[in-house]
Design a protein around this ligand. Structure first.
Ligand code: TTP
Ligand code: MG
Ligand code: MG
Length: 417
């Protein structure tokens, strides 16, 4: 049997931030809607005025319109009906209002966007585990070894993924499947929204060469301008140049890369996101602080760092066993200490207690310019809970007393308070 041919997909959600808003306001489906600017008074007033009913029952006529927008905000994204008026990402809202005054304006809800982002990625990972996270609304997926990944060039698997995301979230996406990342990324735009496009190596000439050089992910505005000055506009123009000529004009690395890219060659692997090994928070002070003289301030900062690391862990679903601290002195020397607990934790008070123990083991006679707290030896919280449900709440530290940290340090510091 011959080995399967390499099939790589690029998946990108359609009008992502706007589509997320339409989940909560389905009455706006099919209408021009733009997301942009900050949250405004009109947004809050809408919710107050219709507090008596579900969001989906707020009448369409009540939503704020682009024509009434005043300010310097830019559009983050627009629904496809709004794009028909020439409105799109990065356009000033006042300018967009001239093109499509009747568009409805909504603010972005980052929490909801992040939740949807996590969900669509986990739906994909269940089906096709070799997935590379490329930002809030897109991923690469290696289809090569996945069941259905070779059928109809990948279309069968792409359809399954689209269907599964839609069932989980009610959101649509577009997918390009190609021999590599470079082509897949371009292909995912071909049939947006809710489209699939399948490309093979032999399609490069007909489907890729007519595109503008800028469509290559890696050719930005500066390179584009230079290529235009050299009278090269399409990817085909680029492909027609010799490798040597491109190297002469753009340097070794970039010249070779451009030549390969124009010919649709790219062997970068799909890199599965590795699990984080640690999470940390640190802060550089506005002025150098002394462990004894500034202990109230330092104590508050220290507690805050521990709380924030704990929040990070909880939000991302991790627990850790090694608690560490990092100090930078006013002479820029850095000291770190850590200690490993018997049990995993994501609890702010537990982290602070352990970090406090670490702090006792460093020199605190010099002023500090930075303080950091870190939790390592991470594990997924759900995995740990499943393994040892009875242990999950066990007290993590042997130490009996709970010192108030910077107070407890006084004896160790060489300067009198
Ligand atoms: P994109 O995938 O570029 O755009 P999109 O999903 O809105 O539309 P398309 O159907 O063409 O893919 O970006 C994803 C989200 O990222 C988008 O919904 C809003 C946000 N975004 C910004 O915050 N700033 C920007 O400049 C762009 C382009 C997008
Ligand atoms: Mg998108
Ligand atoms: Mg995108």
């Amino acid at each position: 049997m011959s080995p399967p041919i390499r099939r790589i997909a690029h998946l990108d959600m359609d009008a992502f931030f706007a589509s997320v808003e339409l989940l909560r306001y389905p009455q706006l489906k099919g209408l021009p809607v733009v997301i942009g600017g900050g949250r405004r008074r009109a947004d809050d007033e809408l919710l107050v005025r219709f507090a008596d009913r579900p969001l989906s029952r707020i009448p369409v006529e009540a939503f704020p319109l682009l024509k009434d927008y005043v300010g310097r905000g830019v559009i983050t994204t627009a629904t496809y009906p709004a794009r028909q008026f020439g409105v799109g990402s990065a356009m000033g809202m006042m300018k967009a209002a001239k093109l499509c005054p009747q568009a409805i304006v909504l603010p972005v809800d980052f929490d909801e966007v992040r939740r949807c982002s996590r969900t669509f990625k986990s739906v994909i990972a269940e089906i096709a585990p070799v997935m590379e996270d490329r930002g809030i609304d897109e991923v690469y997926i290696d289809f090569t070894e996945v069941p259905g990944g070779q059928r109809e060039g990948g279309r069968v698997l792409a359809r399954l993924i689209q269907k599964s995301i839609f069932e989980a979230l009610g959101l649509t996406c577009s997918i390009g499947v190609a021999p590599n990342k470079l082509i897949a990324k371009m292909a995912s735009e071909f049939n947006k929204p809710n489209g699939i496009s399948i490309l093979f190596e032999e399609d490069v000439q007909s489907k890729i060469w007519p595109l503008a050089v800028r469509k290559i992910n890696g050719i930005g505005p500066k390179s584009e301008a230079k290529l235009h000055r050299l009278h090269l506009h399409t990817i085909g123009d680029l492909a027609a140049q010799s490798r040597e000529w491109l190297v002469d004009n753009f340097g070794q690395a970039y010249g070779h890369w451009m030549h390969d890219a124009a010919w649709g060659r790219d062997d970068r692997p799909v890199v599965t996101e590795s699990e984080p090994v640690s999470m940390s928070r640190e802060t550089t002070f506005e002025r150098d602080l002394h462990a004894v003289r500034d202990r109230a301030e330092l104590g508050a900062i220290f507690t805050d760092l521990c709380t924030r690391v704990a929040d990070d862990l909880q939000r991302k679903g991790y627990v850790g066993r090694t608690i560490g601290i990092k100090l930078r002195y006013d002479d820029f020397r850095t000291a770190t200490r850590d200690l490993t607990l018997d049990d995993y934790t994501a609890d702010g008070a537990t982290i602070r207690k352990a970090a406090g123990q670490c702090l006792k083991r460093v020199d605190l006679s010099r002023k500090l310019r930075l303080l950091g707290v870190r939790v390592g030896k991470l594990a997924r919280a759900d995995a740990v809970a499943a393994e040892a449900p009875a242990q999950a709440a066990a007290a993590p530290l042997a130490s009996e007393h709970t010192p108030d940290l910077f107070q407890d340090l006084q004896p160790a510091a060489s300067e009198p308070p």
